[in-house]
Design a protein around this ligand. Structure first.
Ligand code: PDD
Length: 302
């Protein structure tokens, strides 16, 4: 099963022993960026994609030099190996580090670079097939959602509101009810025979799961459009064959069976979602050297 293990500024130690300075700018100002990477069969899934996005986030907040000297492509696999974690996730965070509290950058900065691995249990087929409910909220986040910043207060409040409303995930809506993304996931809809998702922009995170779902769908000949759609299109105007799902590193693909009070499709995962889920799960298993899991499609029919 493995245990939690932390890498902090060059040292490996138990997670509970990690200490951050009070004036770390990540803590006081949210002046930092992060990544979450899935661990499966002891492998970091799509590590190169996550490290490339971390580079982009660091450049966007002018912290490009911060990770120099921390060879994350070697440190992260070592962390997972030494912790003995087969399944779980790795969290990586880079901040502008400790400095007397001041908004302008410390010069030179003394960045904090940390990563830790935590084991967890993979979701069961029953959990995946149960689907999730989304709770629509106005998107009150800042206008640089393409940066994976540790400023997550708007998402924290939205996801808490979703939970209190009996839903599993928040759904961020822009003006006109445009579906942007989930609280910590991207959102897809299968509408009129086309798989749709919000185009890449400053309003959403360029999800790694999103990227691979789009690639798999295109490879399979499923029509795909990175084009905005509105909440009304998936609720009021939704045809019976409308499907919605979320995509994220921590939850993979999750069929959406309800948005607000509106049941999606017939309230069960749709065939396109299940096909993509099966293809996705098969591909991840093969990538990390595991037997492909039994198809969910067959389970649902049986
Ligand atoms: N969140 N959109 C937002 C706002 C997110 O926070 C996330 C991921 C995604 C999906 O991105 P990816 O497929 O690369 O995980 C989309 C992570 C999992 C988190 O904050 O825990």
């Amino acid at each position: 099963m493995g245990s939690e293990l932390l890498y902090l500024n060059g040292s490996f130690l138990p997670l509970s022993e990690g200490r951050i300075e009070v004036e770390d700018r990540g803590f006081q100002l949210g002046d930092g960026v992060y990544e979450v990477i899935k661990v499966m069969n002891g492998c970091l899934v799509w590590l190169a994609d996550h490290l490339a996005r971390l580079e982009r986030s660091l450049a966007a907040v002018r912290l490009t030099e911060a990770a120099v000297g921390h060879e994350l492509e070697e440190i992260l696999p070592r962390l997972v190996r030494e912790a003995g974690v087969a399944y779980g996730s790795v969290y990586v965070q880079v901040t502008r580090g400790p400095a007397p509290r001041e908004f302008i950058f410390p010069r030179p900065p003394r960045p904090t670079v940390l990563a830790y691995v935590r084991p967890s249990e993979p979701p069961t087929p029953a959990e995946i097939l149960a689907g999730v409910a989304l709770h629509p909220v106005e998107d009150l986040r800042w206008a640089r959602c393409d940066i994976k910043s540790t400023n997550l207060l708007a998402a924290v409040l939205a996801k808490e509101e979703a939970k209190e409303a009996g839903a599993d995930e928040a759904l961020f809506l822009g003006p006109g009810g445009v579906v942007r993304e989930g609280g910590s996931s991207n959102v897809f809809a299968f509408l009129g025979g086309v798989l749709r998702t919000h185009p890449l922009s400053n309003r959403i995170l360029a999800g790694i799961t999103r990227l691979h779902v789009l690639r798999i769908a295109r490879r399979e000949g499923i029509p795909v459009e990175e084009r905005e759609f509105s909440l009304t299109e998936i609720t009021e105007q939704a045809p019976a064959d409308c499907e919605v799902f979320t995509a994220s590193t921590t939850k993979d693909l999750r069929p959406v069976v309800r948005v607000g009070d509106q049941v999606i499709g017939d309230g069960r995962p749709g065939p396109v979602t299940l096909r993509l889920l099966d293809l996705f799960r098969r591909e991840q298993a093969l990538l990390v050297g595991l037997e492909p899991p039994p198809a969910l499609t067959s389970r649902l029919q049986g």
